[in-house]
Design a protein around this ligand. Structure first.
Ligand SMILES: [Zn+2]
Length: 702
């Protein structure tokens, strides 16, 4: 493992954060060094601290502990990511024989030096009681491999040498702090402590020393593992991996859709859906076929920190049935037994400990499918990505541990203490759930003004959104605007032609590989053409019908198998037009194609009700774009309308605004709000039309 401490860089941090104490600036620097190494720290894991002297409000100097605040990530942490605590009152805690977690949490919070600083890490008390100035704590892969192997303690001593103490697993909190402190007081030259099944603590009087020690001990562990593993192939899959499926991507997409369905549930009156992150790189596909991987999936996590991200065990899928009905039966059985096991674990442990806790959801987060790769589930895309990263790391570490000895994780009893630790649960409770969280939407014509407005409102409501269009440049523009406001991980892009059914089907497979499936389909792509019937060229008529009518048919048809496999209902919201009820002369192709799509949507409403999919239509009028995203329809017909009415661009907008009953300009966001209204299942309505036009009497639905 490469030591990347650099004197010049460290001085740069001191200069850059000169308004903070130098000790803290250096703490920021080496924390980032640790955070940037994925073999040391993954996603907010690990924590670091420094002790320094600071004047209080009266100018009197007192010792202060800066420790990573909860929610901060070592990779990107700044000085404000550390919470300052008055050290003296915290040090006094060591005289106590017992300290409840609630009181410990309270003591930490009342001793913050800034009232609105983030809550300090749940491992803070360890940092407070131990004397060394700098403490680095990581869940390094190599340490976890050895500490989760049978005879791990002896292996660690052999691998890491003197200067380090191994402590049997104790949950984070006051007793752990006392235990590490006892080890330290017995040997003040101690450089590091390994807490079995959890991770590494290293100490130093300066930032560089603590960092060097982390690197040194982890490197020793890595070397030891590599020596033991030697030439033995870690992933013992037959070479080359036999192609188990004719079309692995299509099979993965089917599996992801069916899995989302099998793991969907209702809670607190709302839908809970998982989004998916897939890892089908060659290493994961190879690993999925390795000997013994199925048994390893049934073993527990590397470190209890992971349990809230991944649950304790993974699901292993040996083969995906060809027929959808068989796939459903297979998954219902597998997920059903996973849920049952989880429930039994919860009941057994909570009864044994007499703990009154509310059972968390019983669904798996990691599914390893033989020949296909790893599928991770999360309530948000970020959660799914984190679970997938941990999953990849875990599978590899378990394979190494199995070669050295036997993989031996912590007991269910310890695990329960962590999973149902009130301090962890408090973090979960704080989070509010957006109305469309966990749902995936696909919007066609997303490169235009209305598509942009719809995507924006869906993102605001918490959905993951795939922006689809045939025009790549417009799509990239819309995506970059949206990514300024929303997490880019939730925004996908799909370039395809709605008039080509094969291209639509491929796009739906890719959408499923990105997010797992589809809950909300918004057929919105449309083109316009101005000509009287006398002048309308037949091939232009065909073109408009192709996009506006056949395009809607194609996307609805391609979505149906996805909805069926998920078996969790869904919403199709078709962007129709005011013209359907109130057509305009010289606009025949557009009005007829839109009327056709409207009728088709009603048929879809009738046919899809039995699988819980609702189909509704929105009929907007006069939606102009803005400077960022123009309306292609108005780009085309605007100049002609301006000319015939003797108006400029603003005048034309004013004309349409004054034409409606409410005298309101209709925006793309208004249309987006209507989509969110239908998609959020607030009313049991299907086959309905909702005008978003400011009130046009001639276009009242009838
Ligand atoms: Zn830890």
């Amino acid at each position: 493992m490469q030591n990347i401490f650099d004197d010049e860089q460290s001085r740069f941090f001191v200069k850059n954060f000169s308004e903070y104490p130098e000790d803290l600036a250096l703490r920021v620097y080496t924390s980032r060094l640790l955070g940037s190494n994925r073999n040391l720290v993954l996603h907010g894991g690990g924590n670091t601290s420094v002790k320094t002297m600071l004047p209080d409000i009266t100018g009197e100097k007192r010792p202060v502990l800066f420790v990573k605040g909860s929610g901060a990530d070592l990779k990107s942490i700044g000085p404000e990511g550390f919470t300052g605590l008055n050290l003296e009152p915290l040090r006094k805690l060591r005289s106590l024989k017992k300290l409840s977690d609630e009181e410990m949490d309270n003591q930490l919070r009342i001793n913050k030096i800034l009232a609105d600083a983030p809550d300090p890490s749940v491992e803070t008390v360890v940092h407070a009681l131990l004397p060394p100035k700098y403490i680095d704590h990581t869940h390094a892969d190599a340490i976890l491999v050895l500490s989760n192997t049978r005879n791990g303690s002896a292996l660690l001593k052999e691998a890491l040498g003197p200067g380090m103490e191994v402590i049997p697993y104790i949950m984070s909190g006051f007793p752990l702090a006392l235990s590490i402190l006892a080890a330290y007081e017995k040997n003040p030259d101690l450089e590091a402590v390994v807490l079995m099944h959890h991770g590494l603590f290293t100490f130093g009087e300066d930032a560089e020393t603590a960092y060097n020690r982390t690197l040194e001990y982890v490197t020793r562990a890595e070397r030891f593992i590599m020596e033991r593993v030697g030439e033995k192939p870690v992933m013992s899959f037959p070479e080359p991996v036999p192609p188990m499926y004719k079309n692995p991507e299509a099979t993965l997409a089917r599996l992801a859709q069916a899995l989302r369905g099998a793991c969907a549930y209702e809670a607190d009156g709302g839908k809970r859906r998982f989004l998916v992150e897939i890892r089908n790189n060659s290493q994961m596909v190879g690993t999925s076929c390795s000997k013994g991987t199925d048994a390893l999936c049934r073993t527990g996590v590397l470190t209890p920190d992971h349990v809230i991200r991944t649950k304790n065990r993974m699901v292993y899928i040996d083969s995906v049935p060809d027929k959808d009905d068989d796939l459903k039966i297979y998954l219902d059985k597998i997920i059903g037994s996973y849920k049952e096991d989880y429930h039994n674990y919860f009941i057994t442990q909570s009864e044994k400990k007499d703990a009154k806790r509310k059972e968390l959801d019983p669904f798996p987060r990691l599914i390893l499918a033989s020949g296909l790769g790893l599928i991770a589930l999360g309530y948000t895309k970020t959660d799914a990505v984190i679970a997938a990263d941990i999953g990849e790391q875990t599978i590899k570490a378990k394979l190494y541990a199995n070669i050295i000895g036997d993989y031996l994780p912590i007991s269910d009893s310890h695990l329960f203490d962590m999973e149902y630790w009130p301090l962890q649960l408090k973090k979960l409770k704080k989070r509010s759930i957006a109305v469309l969280e966990g749902q995936t939407a696909l919007v066609t014509g997303a490169g235009g003004a209305i598509g942009f407005g719809i995507a924006k409102q869906l993102l605001k409501a918490g959905a993951a959104v795939v922006l689809a269009d045939i025009d790549e440049q417009r799509l990239v523009n819309v995506r970059s605007i949206l990514a300024e406001e929303f997490d880019g991980g939730r925004i996908g892009i799909q370039i395809f032609d709605v008039t080509d059914f094969g291209s639509v089907q491929d796009a739906f497979i890719e959408t499923s590989l990105k997010f797992g499936g589809l809950d909300i389909l918004v057929p919105n792509a449309g083109i316009a053409h101005v000509a009287t019937l006398e002048d309308l060229e037949p091939d232009r008529f065909d073109k408009v019908i192709d996009v506006n009518l056949k395009g809607v048919f194609n996307v609805i048809k391609a979505a149906i198998p996805v909805f069926r496999r998920q078996n969790t209902g869904g919403n199709i919201v078709v962007i129709s037009s005011k013209n359907v009820f109130d057509p305009g002369a010289a606009f025949g192709a557009y009005s007829a194609s839109k009327a056709g799509a409207h009728q088709l949507s009603k048929i879809a409403a009738m046919e899809l009700a039995s699988i819980g999919v609702k189909v509704n239509m929105i009929n907007p009028d006069a939606v102009f774009g803005d400077n960022n995203v123009s309306s292609q329809l108005w780009d085309l017909i605007g100049p002609d309308r301006m000319k015939s009415r003797g108006l400029d661009a603003e005048g034309l907008k004013e004309y349409y605004r004054n034409r409606n009953l409410l005298k309101q300009a209709v925006t793309a966001e208004h249309v987006g709000n209507a989509v969110v209204f239908f998609a959020s299942d607030q009313i049991p309505t299907t086959g309905a039309s909702l005008p978003v036009d400011g009130g046009i009497v001639a276009a009242f639905p009838r």
